[in-house]
Design a binder for this molecule. Structure first.
Ligand code: GYE
Length: 332
């Protein structure tokens, strides 16, 4: 399924004129005036970020800001501090300011139809970055650029299955969930559950949100260490919560990575460092570097070209050995 900016802006006219003009020049010249195209320096994108809850998020924000600076496209940035109402306010203000595009990473999946309908009515194309919405009306956004979170959860579960393949005793797992209602928390839980469900020895004995923060992960882990008889494995939906859990485990006199195995998602520097030190056992990568692809999408739409409705980020996984090798070149 393809969508085009033509649906939102001058539509057929823009496309027809672009098509008739033959080879499309780069949109950096003002010669594009009249075709609906803008010089890149005249484009304004309003970006409503989730917050600054994790190392991943900080790297994501930096990458987006740097990429826009390099491309010379204007970026209006807002930080919603993990609150949906703040994101909705930011989007409304971008609509009022008549920006050319709105990009946002929805903190939770539901509750966006009204404000996205307002953007659509104003003719402003919306790009979903990093997280998805669960709206049935897919005409409310042009594309969704981000990871396959179900696959990430599956990779975490598959590693566990492989690690414990020769064991028959029950394996007690605790799950530190991301922000309740967010796409990565929902999907990473689903993918993981799916991967381990065939073997009854795996038991998720407790599962609670740590809101993707280090403090949240620490607090939840402290409580779980008290309430659970024994814990073999921690599955944290991001590195930060895993790092918080490590603090709690060490404070309880146990050795993270040995007494309790830890699996996380993200592969940011602090997570990779803990992995290379043996405190985390396995990390599923989730790349925060979405800036360059956002620029490509905006440039294509500005040129009247189509973009895929879904763009999936490529990512890998890391064992302790692989983390040691990758760390020196890790950019975030
Ligand atoms: O894994 C986590 C962050 O949405 C993929 O949000 C992102 C997640 C990421 O807070 O660290």
């Amino acid at each position: 399924m393809k969508k085009t900016i033509g649906l939102f802006l001058a539509g057929a006219l823009t496309l027809a004129m672009t098509a008739c003009s033959g080879a499309t020049p780069a949109a950096t010249t003002s010669g594009a005036a009249g075709t609906g195209k803008k010089a890149l320096t005249d484009i304004v994108v309003g970006f409503a970020q989730v917050g600054a809850e994790s190392g991943w998020r900080t790297a994501n924000t930096k990458d987006i800001q740097d990429s826009f600076k390099t491309a010379g496209i204007q970026l209006k940035f807002s930080d919603a501090q993990q609150k949906q109402e703040n994101q909705i306010k930011a989007i409304r203000s971008y609509i009022q300011q008549q920006v050319d595009y709105i990009a946002f990473s929805p903190v939770v999946q539901t509750g966006w139809d009204a404000v996205l309908g307002e953007a659509k009515a104003a003719g402003i194309p919306v790009l979903l970055t990093d997280r998805a919405v669960d709206s049935k009306d897919t005409s409310l956004y042009v594309t969704f650029l981000g990871s396959d979170f179900v696959l990430e959860g599956k990779k975490a579960g598959e590693w566990l299955v492989e690690q414990y393949k020769d064991k028959t005793d029950p394996v007690s797992i605790v799950q530190l969930e991301g922000t309740t209602g967010s796409a990565p928390a929902i999907d990473r839980a689903t993918g993981f559950a799916d991967a381990i469900k065939a073997e009854s020895k795996f038991k998720v004995v407790a599962s609670q949100t740590g809101d993707f923060t280090r403090a949240g992960g620490k607090q939840v882990m402290e409580a779980m260490l008290k309430s659970q008889k024994s814990i073999d494995v921690v599955y944290a939906h991001n590195d930060d919560m895993g790092l918080g859990a490590i603090e709690a485990i060490e404070a309880a006199g146990k050795v993270p990575g040995k007494d309790i195995k830890i699996i996380t998602v993200d592969a940011v520097k602090d997570g990779m460092t803990a992995l290379s030190e043996g405190k985390i056992n396995f990390i599923v990568e989730c790349s925060p570097l979405l800036g360059k692809q956002m620029i490509e999408i905006v440039t294509k739409l500005n040129n009247g070209e189509t973009v895929p409705a879904r763009i999936v980020t490529e990512e890998t996984t890391f064992t302790q050995e692989q983390a040691k090798a990758a760390l020196p070149d890790r950019k975030y």
